[in-house]
Design a binder for this molecule. Sequence first.
Ligand code: GDP
Length: 194
Amino acid sequence: MKFIDIKFLLSVHKLTQLPEATLPEIAFAGRSNVGKSSLINTLVGRKSMVKVSGRPGKTQGLNFFQISEEAYLVDLPGYGFAKVSRGMQDNWQTLISSYLESRTSLCCVVVIMDLRHEAKVQDTQLISWLKQHSINYLPVYTKADKLSGNLRQKNAAILDAGHTIHSSQRILFSAKTGMGKEELERALASFAKI
Ligand code: GDP
């Protein structure tokens, strides 16, 4: 499955604005600046379908993209940006968790992490929350081009251990080189059964 023929559908700020749950849905989550927009742009083969962040932590909704008549991709707001007020973070969390918990057509949450960083508490929390709620998730370690081969494997193993992820479960990715793109396409097509 190639993630082409994509169009922006809408930005959701309240659950009542959600489109009808008629297509399989894949959501993308990650800390601000982790490389989420770049990953989605790489996946859909467009340079700037999703705006690469100039202003991390900017308030945004759940951005829905439609892939032909086959699936929705949902770009969730980035989390963990210190300059966003606590109240605003809570609002986001409520919207996102209610969406994730209630969306019947959601087939996978791609959890994007920076391969260079140690396990971050927000990612650990999100992953255990997804596990608790029996929501499928796919860990992706991005910016892999920034590390050499040996260090890549070493850091990946540290993140695996930190999040209790089996190495066969996750994907090493680079928006710069396209590393992991085909693997990601295959995994998502399999979750979405498309
Ligand atoms: P977002 O805030 O999670 O959407 O992150 P962005 O996609 O806006 O990326 C944040 C910064 O990391 C930008 O400067 C990107 O160019 C850079 N970046 C993202 N992915 C990669 C990658 O795979 N490799 C490299 N070298 N840089 C990346």
